[in-house]
Write a protein that binds this ligand. Structure first.
Ligand code: ADP
Length: 187
């Protein structure tokens, strides 16, 4: 089927939009799996750190899993920060059915949301025991995708609007032979 790698900073809305799209697609009869980077990482390989090498390894493993779901005819969203262009490109080149969606949000809005409290911790003074030292976008790099298939700006548009865009994009890119697979029969 198809694998969407959603990429963007923490709190940008990757999980929110993936879950919203899942609800919408399931109503139309499609099977959908959201691979939430936070959850999968914690459950499957908590020993991986947030070093550049381990972040890359995390994405490789998530995309391998995603590929397996895809081969079963499932639409897969990988909601992970996925900060490196090289790894995103690697994932795209491994599987023909990968699409890259950049979930963008401006930093002031992210700092205001800070739903997980991570930005507050990353911005603590040097030496503070609770300071996060590797938050992407603050003190760890984020490479915006150079050629994303779709950009969703959650700082400008509501979650509902962005979810609608995401689902619409999906329908425009689904191979025609699977487009009708999910359509529920109305009796
Ligand atoms: P991520 O998966 O990118 O870390 P989450 O989806 O977990 O981000 O969190 C995003 C938070 O921002 C949620 O609490 C969501 O309700 C909120 N939010 C506010 N506006 C938007 C928007 N336009 N799009 C997506 N999420 C939004």
């Amino acid at each position: 089927m198809i694998l969407i790698q959603l990429t963007g900073l923490s709190g940008a809305g990757k999980t929110t939009l993936a879950q919203g799209a899942k609800v919408s697609l399931e109503k139309q009869g499609y099977a959908v799996e959201v691979i939430d980077g936070d959850v999968y990482r914690q459950r499957l390989w908590p020993e991986l750190s947030f070093s550049p090498t381990d972040r890359q390894e995390n994405i490789r493993r998530l995309s391998y899993l995603g590929g397996l779901f895809c081969k079963q005819g499932i639409i897969v969203f990988i909601a992970a920060i996925n900060p490196y262009e090289s790894v995103r490109t690697e994932v795209s080149s491994l599987y023909p059915f990968v699409r890259t969606v950049y979930v963008h949000c401006d930093l002031p809005t992210l700092l205001k949301r800070d739903t997980k409290g991570l930005y507050a911790r990353a911005l603590l003074p040097e030496g503070h025991p609770d300071k996060l030292l590797n938050l992407t976008g603050i003190n760890a790099p984020y490479e915006p995708p150079t050629h994303p298939h779709l950009v969703l700006n959650t700082g400008l548009y509501t979650a509902e609007q962005c979810t609608y865009e995401l689902v619409s994009y999906l329908f425009s890119t689904l191979p025609s032979d699977v487009k009708n697979v999910g359509t529920k029969e109305v009796s």
